[in-house]
Design a protein around this ligand. Structure first.
Ligand code: THU
Length: 141
């Protein structure tokens, strides 16, 4: 894993914590924030946005990826992702998010999880989703 600088990690943690405060999570009461760091230092955030249908709920990690892509970022443009939940457990990204993240993060890219205790857990993208499903890219990236 290519670990990122402690100061940068702190910036991501603050950004993800702030994003988690914007989460719309009235059904689970489980706010999540995500901060996605681009190689040039730009940070994109996301939070979970729930829906009464439950199935339409959007996770924080995917919202961060979609925000970055909407701003022109693409596959391999990212240096790290950090997710934050305010409780005392540092949660790993869900399976659906792992698949979406694997589309844009390189296998060695670090994914961090922070929580209210101050603890931070780290994985590489490849550790979170080994042997990910891929297709050859043939269209507009
Ligand atoms: N959630 C995320 O935002 N990211 C994950 O990786 C797992 C789950 C959200 C979805 C839902 O709003 C709440 O957490 C409980 O599952």
């Amino acid at each position: 894993m290519i670990a990122i600088a402690r100061d940068t990690l702190r910036i991501l943690e603050d950004a993800a914590r702030t994003a988690s405060r914007n989460a719309y999570a009235p059904y689970s009461n489980f706010p999540v924030g995500a901060a996605l760091l681009a190689e040039d230092g730009e940070v994109y955030v996301g939070c979970n946005v729930e829906n009464a249908s439950f199935g339409l709920t959007a996770c924080a990690e995917r919202c961060a990826v979609y925000a970055a892509v909407s701003e022109g970022r693409g596959r391999g443009d990212f240096a790290a992702l950090l997710i934050f939940v305010p409780g005392d457990v540092c949660h790993a990204p869900c399976g659906a998010c792992r698949q979406v993240l694997s589309e844009f993060l390189l296998p060695h890219t670090p994914v961090y999880s922070a929580c209210g205790t101050g603890e931070i857990v780290a994985w590489t993208m490849d550790e979170l989703l080994p042997d990910s499903f891929e297709l050859p890219v043939s269209g507009a990236e």
